[in-house]
Design a protein around this ligand. Structure first.
Ligand SMILES: [Zn+2]
Length: 56
């Protein structure tokens, strides 16, 4: 497949909730931040838990 442009990634979910394994869609993104050390992290609201989680 040649369609590997930037736009393709925008439809991917953020990941899965670490608590209930529900898929967390991009529209649930709350904040994105980069700690002084380590990988960039994101916080998103899990629609199952109704709380902010770090999707994995
Ligand atoms: Zn959850």
């Amino acid at each position: 497949m040649d369609r590997t442009g930037d736009r393709g990634n925008n439809d991917l979910p953020l990941g899965e909730c670490p608590d209930c394994q529900a898929t967390v869609p991009r529209e649930n993104l709350l904040i994105r931040y980069v700690p002084r050390e380590g990988w960039p992290r994101i916080l998103a609201e899990c629609s199952e838990c109704e709380t902010a989680v770090s999707p994995e």
